[in-house]
Design a protein. Sequence first.
Length: 323
Amino acid sequence: MAQAKFTRRGVLRAGGAGLLSAGVLGTLTAGSARAAVPASQRFDLSEPSYDVFRGVMLDEAHHAMQGMAFDAANRRLFIAQIRDGSSGDDLCINRLDESGKVTGSMHLDKAGHGVSIGVEPVGKDSYVWVECDADSSDDSGRGTALARFKFVDGAAPSGVKKFFTGSDTITCATDPVNSRILVRRKESGKMTFRLYDFSSIDIENGTFTKELAKITQPTLGNGSVTFQGYTVLGSYLYTLDGTGHADAADINSYVTSIDLNTGKVVERFLTKAGKSLVYREPEGMAIMRTSGGEVRLCFGFASRTSVGNINRYANVFHKNVLL
């Protein structure tokens, strides 16, 4: 089979109620790195951004969108939210079609904050990867393990498998083009990313093997930025940071690309996508591959219709130029 290649416009063309326990783990500065990921193209962050959709109200009307992930095989988007009226670590996973229409949802108790999630297509089913078992002693409500379960609209998670149990803050993101998962968790006090092929995961025994990359998270901006999400494509990690604001003049949302083979920041760009949104707050990233084969770097912003309106809306934008 011929090796897949990217064109400059981002089109991939190739030739020829509680979660159940099962298994354990197995100024800009660079983080440390150990990797051997085949080199790939990366998104040009300075190129314009385009709408995927705007103004979508998710299942939990009063909470902002969080992490998101695309199931490219089944044309589905999943977006996490904190649940309305919850203690802060109960999540809702929304399922949407590519136009932004909500087509289903699931509730997870004591899961975490949902900064980033993953999805794995298995035939016609979508398996969600998300943090779980939030630390009750931690007011931030962060997960201590990763859970994997099949998405079933309106049902409680069942057949749940857990990985990396006993972690200190853990999330993940998935690469739908290369069938990989990137795990982010705190190790020895430092946020660390580890990349794996899905094919190297032993689901039944709960182990990950054949690690492709390991880097520590590099310092972004002045070192005190608000981290809002991340995703992965090929040999590059992409991050989103910034805070919510009511005035477009206060925009501080940055997208950053990081080389997984070196741990070094390659590009950091102030994005003003959706600058007209009211109380625009950066939330979540994902890689999308369209039915036509175009690969997109997607990132989200929560918004309101007015500063005083309690309802929150999901808005997703993308970049599609690869270098």
